[in-house]
Design a protein around this ligand. Structure first.
Ligand code: TXA
Ligand code: MG
Length: 332
């Protein structure tokens, strides 16, 4: 059931379900999460089951305050932690820290670390204040598109979720940036906080850990390919490669949709014969593109096209996060 988060009793109802070991669809500024009591192993197992998620893929724990962070994790690098947490929390940054034993191995998929974030969304914060730490992956089926509206959560998970708190579309639209702060500082997933901003405040470059697969030594399973994917085949192109493809086989794109960043980028393909063209931000604004990213992919997935061609965005700021999602979505 979708409940308007602004109604006075909605958050209390959601909190009751969580306290009884249930799950709830929760808006955050990045994407909607499927939240449960992070300290209740059975509830956490339910989240894996509902999503159809591989149990080797650990969950992010959301907390209300820095004090709550220290109740679930050890801070090995307090200087870096202080700089980052003061600047970016609450907000779309997840820090991977050494876990305390209060956090079950089910949450962390047997890792020595736990991923923690303080979300800025008022509904998530109000819920967290009533419940304590919430484990919450994005509220989609495993490897599907992340939901950025309550309706998208329902489309993904149906009535397996008793309550979805509806607070409208997410304002960031792409998942949090994940930074490993254990045995060095490394980027595990580009996301809602641009890496450049992290590098600027830390005064150094941050290494991105290479794409990995489950079977190999994997630091963030979200790094595996074929993740965040629509059901339809999706191919990623640079503009030049798409032009070459169209010139070689002009009729091939008549059943395809084109997803691109700005009007300017769409212009050269105006007469190419795509069934449909979606521009993420007419004027080429990365925040707007990010906000519209998952809803656009979801709409194309439900629409008449047979295949999606996506042009890579500028590889900077939020564009890096969106390109990462596009590359992982590529299949078919
Ligand atoms: O913005 C977000 O982060 C959203 C909202 C709901 O907060 N959550 C989200 O969760 O994107 P999920 O489960 O879809 O993605 C979390 C990623 C996964 O790729 C997981 O592998 C990684 O975080 N992760 C979780 N715990 C980790 C750990 N201890 N070490 C490394 N990676 C971890
Ligand atoms: Mg996810």
């Amino acid at each position: 059931m979708i409940l308007d988060a602004a109604r006075p009793d909605s958050i209390e109802k959601a909190a009751q379900i969580i306290k009884q070991g249930g799950v709830v669809g929760m808006p955050t500024e990045t994407v909607y999460g499927l939240a449960c009591d992070a300290l209740n192993e059975n509830a956490v197992r339910k989240v894996f089951e509902i999503k159809g998620r591989d149990t080797r893929d650990p969950l992010i724990v959301h907390v209300a305050s820095s004090k709550d962070v220290t109740s679930i994790a050890e801070i090995d690098d307090p200087v870096t932690f202080k700089i980052l947490s003061e600047r970016f929390w609450p907000g779309p940054l997840t820090l991977v820290l050494r876990k305390k034993s209060i956090i079950s191995n089910v949450v962390t998929a047997n890792r020595a670390t736990v991923a923690v974030r303080i979300p800025s969304h008022p509904t998530a914060r109000a819920l967290l204040r009533k419940t304590g730490p919430l484990a919450a992956p994005s509220a989609n089926r495993f490897q599907g598109l992340s939901p950025t509206t309550a309706k998208a959560v329902r489309d993904e998970l149906g009535d397996k979720v008793p309550i979805i708190l509806d607070a409208g579309p997410c304002t960031v639209g792409v998942e949090s940036t994940i930074l490993l702060l254990h045995g060095g500082v490394k980027l595990l997933r580009p996301g809602g906080i641009p890496v450049e901003e992290l590098e600027e405040i830390l005064g150094r470059k941050i290494e991105m850990v290479a794409v990995a697969k489950f079977e190999k030594d994997i630091q963030a399973p979200g790094m595996m390919s074929f993740h965040y994917a629509p059901k339809k085949p999706l191919h990623v192109f640079r503009p030049h490669a798409l032009r070459v493809h169209i010139d070689l086989d002009p009729s091939s794109v008549k059943d395809w949709a084109l997803l691109c960043f700005s009007k300017e980028e769409a212009l050269p393909f105006h007469d190419a014969g795509f069934k449909e063209t979606v521009v993420l931000s007419a004027k080429g604004n990365l925040e707007e593109a990010s906000r519209k990213f998952f809803t656009s992919l979801r709409r194309l997935d439900q629409g008449p096209c047979k295949k999606i061609a996506a042009l890579l965005l500028p590889d900077q700021g939020l564009g890096r996060a969106l390109n990462d999602r596009l590359q992982k979505a590529q299949h078919g």
